[in-house]
Each structure stands twice: as structure tokens, then as C-alpha cells.
Design a protein around this ligand. Sequence first.
Ligand code: 5GP
Ligand code: SF4
Ligand code: MG
Length: 451
Amino acid sequence: CGVFGCYHIPDAASMTYYGLHSLQHRGQEASGIAAEHDGEITVLKGRGLTVDVFRKPELASLEGVNAIGHVRYSTAGGAEAANIQPIVSHSSRLGDVAVAHNGQIVNEKELRRELEEKGAIFQGTSDSEVILHLIRMEEGTLEERVKKAAARLEGAFAVLVEGEGKLFAFRDTHGLRPLSTARFQDGWMVSSETCAFEVMGIYDSETVPAGGFCTFEDGILRRSSYREADAPRVCAMEYIYFARPDSVIEDVNVHKFRKETGRILATGDDVQADVVIGVPDSSLSAAIGYSEASGLPFETGLVKNRYVGRTFIQPTQEMRDRGVRMKLSPVKEAVEGKSVIMIDDSIVRGTTSRRIVRLLREAGAREIHVRIASPVLKLPCFYGVDISTKEELIGHRMTVEEIREYLEADSLRFMTPEQLRFAAGTAGLCTACFDGSYCTDLYSYSEVLSN
Ligand code: 5GP
Ligand code: SF4
Ligand code: MG
């Protein structure tokens, strides 16, 4: 998912709309904006892309200088309407409060049970509702309540809260999910990714540190923390796949990271090949890095139909299979009669790579050497990426040689988790889905690992 917020910015809802549009790659399932005007929060949200959910007159009805928005990619908590964010609570005692969240709270079940015992009534199954109820049940000023709620959460989260004319933003103590702030005119913007700032012409932004808390109040931003930071562990998948190449996470540019993974893959690779190709869009940077380091020419071997959503997002395997065909076409001219190095960012179920190998063979490629710009995915993620069981992961069920056979590739290589950490340079990485190094207690999710 992606979150975007505006504080003290005229026509905040429209600006949030542009922000969400730049974060669309983080989720295409649903989109929502909650704007505050004189203490009243109005929310508009629905299924689909940001451009489909909002029309100009509706956006104009969202008045106010503060707004928060969300694009959704469903992980924990299904696709039902009650889970579409932002989630708003209207209370005569506490006023209107809205929450938007990216990530996954690992102690969600425990918190939900505790809150229900105290009388909270839940509408849906999303983590964000748990955050909202925690805020409502705590004591003190809104800032104090949001801080106390934040301190109860475990797992991965970048959260925006709006109410009483204020905005709050905080990030989990490991910094698993990205979040940055930037100055805009007389106000501030806060975004999951910095690419959304650059679209607005802002090139100066600051990372919200792990465990960091931002209070936007009285026209200013006050930085503090709600808990001590743990060792930083940005989700490796943010760099590998999720984020846009122009974004910067923890001072590391995503494109640069991906190029580095390609460079590392090329080092010591003695395969005889003619060209290097990447699977658009997320693997192009890695393919360029491989090409530069190996001296082999980079080719446009595959073309993407930009009007098909990300295949992984489709709900069934059948739809995913069909999705790959609709989405990618080989460029015969670039691969015919050639030995091809095909770079993809990751293998989850194996659907994409297998399909692409076939497409390239059909287009006349002589040999296809698959290089994956990440390690073998073996374990589920409990931090907000939709890899929820071990069984769905081809890397859990098969050895690298068995995967190669399944893909019908001439050779196959992955990176090691150490190489991935090296590519990240100064940024500390979470690599749990590759090597089991989960950085938090997993609470009820630990059952998923043990059986
Ligand atoms: P597979 O087809 O092996 O199941 O999935 C891997 C492909 O899906 C890659 O090409 C990758 O770019 C894409 N992909 C889409 N969503 C995700 C995601 O959430 N995580 C990962 N690792 N890859 C994804
Ligand atoms: Fe990202 Fe994998 Fe860690 Fe999940 S387990 S946060 S996908 S690196
Ligand atoms: Mg891909």
C-alpha cells in the first residue's frame, strides 16, 4: 500500500490525489482520500485506480488544508469495502479522526481481542481499524493518544493520522516500511515514497526515522519519537520490486540499488551470451547494471503493455497466468538466434519467469539464462507483502535446479542475502523472506512458520 498526506496546503485533497497517483504502483485495488475542514472529516474512497475513484467535482467537495490518502494492495484483511482506507471515526466526544496505514501489525489479533473486551466494535478486518480504536481508548491530548497507540503496535507500519486540524505520521521501530516528509509552500507533505514529491517539483525530503513521530500542528512540524529505534531493517522487497526507481529510501536510490544487484549478478558469471534483457519495468535497472558490468549489450527484449495491472495483484492463479501473456511481448528482432541473459527482479510462484522463457523461445532465442536480482524466496512475509504461505513459494518447494527445470531455462542463478545487503550499502535490510531473520516477535503468525 501507499500513504500520502498534506498539511496546511490549500486544496489538500487535490494535492493528495496527485500524490496518490504517483504511488499507484504500490496498490491498484482501492484508493481513498480523507480531508478535514473545521474539524469535520469527509472521506471518499472506492475500488480501483485513483483516476477511476475520483472525479473533479467530487474532489472539490473535499474541502480543507489537511488531507490524508491511501492506495490499497490487499494483504492481511481481505478485499471487502470496510477495509478500504482511510478509515474515519466520528465521535461527539473525541471529534473526527482518520487513519491511513501501510504495512502489517503482527500483534493485531492480540490488540483486537483486548480492544473488543473493552467494548470496541469493529466494522472490518483491517489493521488500520485497530489503530483507530487504540487512539480512541487512550487518554490525553490527541497527540498523546496517537503516540500511546503507536507504542502498542508491533510489526511493519507507516501510519498517517488526521484530526483536530493536526496531522501525525509515524514509522515502525525497524523502519520496515518507508515514509518521508517534505516542505511544500507554507505546509508539508508526507509520503510513502519520495517519487511523489518530485512529481510536485520538490527535491528536498527527509526520511521519518525508525520509531520516529511527526506532529504537524500550528503550521509547523515537530519531530520526536514514540519509542526507541531498533536496528534499521527496510523491507528488501521495497528496493527489489515495490518502490519506483526514482524514489530514495534511507538515502539509497532504488534505481542505484537495482543496478548494483545487476552488477553483482554479472560478477563471476561466466556464461556465454550475446545480449542482456530485463523484464519491464522493475528489472530494467538490474539489467542495465548487469550489462555495464559484463560488457554485454543491453537490449529491449520485452515490451510491456502499460495498461495491464501488476500481475501479482490479480487474485487467482488462472488470472495471473493470463495476466502475464496480456502484459508482456517479446521483441523478436532483439532475441532471435541469440543467447539471452534474462534478468527478473524476483521469483515468487514462478509464473512470470516460466511464461517469459516460453515467450522468448517462441521468438527464437537460442539460449535463455535467467538471472534473478534477489535471493531465493523461501518464507512468508508478515510485514505487509502478499507472500502469506510457504507453500505458494516455488523456492520453498524446489531446489534451484528444480526451479530451472520448471522454468525450462538453460541456466538459473539467484543472489545471496549477503550480496543483497551489500547492494543496499548504508541502508539496513530486512531479508526475512529469504533467510528467516524476522526482526520482530511474530505472535500468532509464528504458527504459519512452524507447520
Ligand atoms: P511470480 O510470477 O514468480 O509469481 O512473481 C514474480 C514476478 O511478479 C516478478 O516479475 C515481479 O516483478 C512480480 N511481482 C509482482 N508483485 C510482487 C510482489 O509483491 N513481490 C514480488 N517479489 N514480486 C512481485
Ligand atoms: Fe520485505 Fe521480505 Fe522482510 Fe517482508 S519478509 S518485509 S517482503 S524483506
Ligand atoms: Mg516483474
